[in-house]
Design a protein around this ligand. Structure first.
Ligand SMILES: NC(=O)c1ccc[n+]([C@@H]2O[C@H](COP(=O)([O-])OP(=O)(O)OC[C@H]3O[C@@H](n4cnc5c(N)ncnc54)[C@H](OP(=O)(O)O)[C@@H]3O)[C@@H](O)[C@H]2O)c1
Length: 307
């Protein structure tokens, strides 16, 4: 089978395809024949910042091709989605059953990778803000896979005003169509009327303006893998708080909550409250092109690799 890996000092083509034997699932693991693989900014950052050969992965979806010892609730041929951070960019990937779930009838693998992980991050970040009915919510990187679902999620869960912050006019059009009430372009000095909640998927230099966008008592949820520094005085001056959110920490520490949220996402999809947008389907062998789309910040919604 083919898999894509990242190699330091591998010349200009740092992502390349190699032929390897299919992996064997271990106890509690599924071998998934991938039909779709999500490409995310954290994986792109890994390549950009990495200094060692690195397996690439994230969310995958496809049919179960083999099951390891002790697996229950999954059978050969089932369409599933799950997380695989070790060689997910491949024709076949190993997923632990705790990180896997069935794709419901009527949905396909591409939809599953666009909805489940990004939707979990969007939902989890919103929840972390302890939202109150009528809150005004600002979402940064609002045209990203996570951001576009966060806009929809906040709209569907009682936000009085959802402000989408993006870096280009093209993205502004896109987020308006995703349901944002207002749009701001960054970097910009003014983000309009203060908001109760900021969901920040950018981090770095944007954290300062993001905190300054908060109303008194506001909450900023920082969920970007880019990290960044928050000035405690800026929080104090607004009686505001900053909260970190990482989906992997919930998946590891609160698996029942993770599983419940995952099921709820499909209900929201069926009810028309969440509608993931697919920016591009890229062949697996052209993974470098998929990374380039995200690197150039040109994606509107999810970038998906198809083996
Ligand atoms: N905490 C968690 O559990 C978790 C899990 C997955 C993802 N995330 C985070 O969620 C955010 C969105 O992820 P995603 O996979 O949905 O993103 P994505 O679809 O790959 O889109 C990334 C977007 O981030 C913005 N961006 C800001 N700085 C960037 C940079 N230096 N390089 C490239 N893009 C940059 C761009 O939008 P603009 O041009 O509009 O700024 C870009 O379009 C990321 O920060 C990611 O680290 C967090």
């Amino acid at each position: 089978m083919r898999r894509v890996r990242y190699e330091v000092n591998g010349g200009p083509e740092v992502l390349f395809v190699e032929e390897v034997p299919a992996p064997e699932p271990g106890p509690g693991e599924l071998l998934v024949r991938n039909e779709a693989i999500g490409v995310t900014l954290p994986a792109v950052r890994k390549v950009r910042e990495g200094n060692a050969p690195t397996p690439l992965g994230g969310e995958v979806a496809g049919t179960v091709a083999a099951v390891g010892e002790g697996v229950s609730g999954f059978a050969l041929g089932d369409l599933v989605t799950g997380l695989c951070f070790s060689y997910g960019y491949a024709d076949m990937a190993v997923v632990h059953q705790a990180m896997a779930s069935h794709v419901p009838d009527g949905a396909d693998a591409v939809l599953a990778v666009a909805l489940v992980r990004s939707g979990l991050v969007a939902r989890g970040a919103f929840e972390a803000a302890a939202p109150r009915p009528g809150d005004a919510v600002l979402v940064t990187a609002a045209a990203s896979a996570v951001g576009s679902l966060a806009v929809q999620y906040a709209k569907a869960h009682g936000a009085s005003r959802v402000v989408a912050a993006v870096s280009s006019a093209e993205k502004a059009d896109f987020v308006r169509k995703s349901g944002a009430d207002e749009v701001v372009l960054y970097p910009d000095a003014s983000w309009g009327e203060p908001v109760d909640v900021v969901l920040d998927g950018v981090g770095g230099d944007l954290l300062g303006p993001a905190v300054r966008a908060l109303a008194p008592g506001g909450r900023l949820v920082a969920f970007s893998s880019g990290g960044g520094v928050i000035d405690a005085y800026e929080l104090l001056a607004r009686s505001a708080s900053a909260i970190g959110f990482q989906m992997a920490a919930i998946a590891r520490g609160k698996p029942e909550l993770y599983a419940r949220w995952r099921e709820e996402l499909w209900t929201l999809y069926r009810d028309g409250k969440l509608s993931p947008r697919i920016h591009a389907r890229i062949p697996l062998a052209q993974a470098a092109q998929a990374h380039e789309i995200i690197e150039s910040r040109s994606n509107l919604g999810k970038v998906v690799l198809v083996p």
